[in-house]
Design a protein around this ligand. Structure first.
Ligand code: ZN
Length: 122
């Protein structure tokens, strides 16, 4: 089967993707920064284009042009959605690549083990 170069790169990337484990108590912002996906109300996943941190809040801008401020709370609706993978579909306007979804689906939040992402420079 003939494939173009872009397909090859993305499929290689996908096959190299390992299962990842993060602590359930990992900082919400750091988790978001890793996953780069935002679960909006209604179960739609948006791709995050940029994040600006301002202490306990952050401004998130999605690829489809939405911009909003969120609190750093691991008990928030979005945090729970991300942990439990309740999001059903992805935003078409954001054009989230499949490898990003594959990466997210292999990311697990675990109560007792995995990285708590706390070693990231402050
Ligand atoms: Zn979007």
């Amino acid at each position: 089967m003939k494939r173009n170069r872009t397909d090859e790169i993305s499929s290689q990337r996908e096959s190299r993707e390992r299962e990842r484990f993060y602590r359930k108590n990992a900082e919400f912002f750091q988790l978001i920064d890793k996953i780069r996906l935002w679960p909006a109300r209604g179960g739609i996943l948006h791709g995050i284009r940029s994040m600006e941190f301002h202490g306990t809040t952050a401004r998130i801008t999605t690829f489809c042009g939405e911009s909003f401020v969120v609190r750093n709370s691991r008990n928030s609706r979005a945090a729970r959605w991300l942990r439990n993978k309740w999001c059903g579909c992805k935003c078409r306007a954001c054009g989230i690549p499949d490898w990003k979804i594959a990466k997210y689906s292999k990311t697990h939040m675990n109560q007792s083990w995995g990285s708590d992402l706390a070693d990231r420079g402050k």
